[in-house]
Design a binder for this molecule. Structure first.
Ligand code: ZN
Length: 156
């Protein structure tokens, strides 16, 4: 239940409710606001990464494949033409690998365990990069809004 747009809209609504109740404790900087907004959207569509036709799945596939290629070009210290060949290989491997993974739709990524793990990881990353836990929390709010819209609450 719920397509891409519904999940994003519902994610923003969930963020609005959360922000309303937390307004007292919050004095957000522009950066925190921007990252939290992005994190809410990411979280609200992230669980559908296990759905082959879902936008989140296709976006993650392209992002990982392109990202691995660019990482190789930037960080390896081979001659540049070798790096481009390795980047092409990495791109293909990741792209094909991602396509061949058999996901069970509404499996692990639609569970409360996934929500807690992602939220913890998000809080760790955002605390490290932005000295703020709010984007990580926003990710959790986004995922929770997705599970709510899908009416899917299981532990694992
Ligand atoms: Zn879903």
């Amino acid at each position: 239940m719920g397509d891409f747009h519904e999940h994003v809209v519902f994610g923003f609504l969930a963020a609005a409710v959360t922000a309303y109740f937390m307004a007292e404790q919050m004095a957000l900087t522009q950066l925190e606001l921007f990252c939290s907004g992005l994190a809410v959207v990411t979280g609200s569509v992230l669980p559908d990464i296990d759905h082959k036709k879902a936008y989140a799945h296709r976006a993650a596939k392209s992002f990982c494949a392109v990202g691995s290629g660019i990482t190789i070009i930037v960080y390896l210290s081979y001659p540049i033409h070798v790096r481009f060949i390795l980047a092409a290989l990495a791109f293909l491997l990741v792209y094909i690998g991602f396509s061949s993974i058999k996901f069970k739709h509404r499996g692990f990524t639609h569970s409360l365990s996934f929500m807690f793990l992602s939220t913890l990881a998000g809080i760790g990353l955002s605390a490290y990069f932005f000295a703020s836990f709010l984007p990580g929390l926003a990710l959790g709010v986004g995922i929770l809004s997705h599970l709510t819209l899908d009416r899917h609450f299981k532990i694992s």
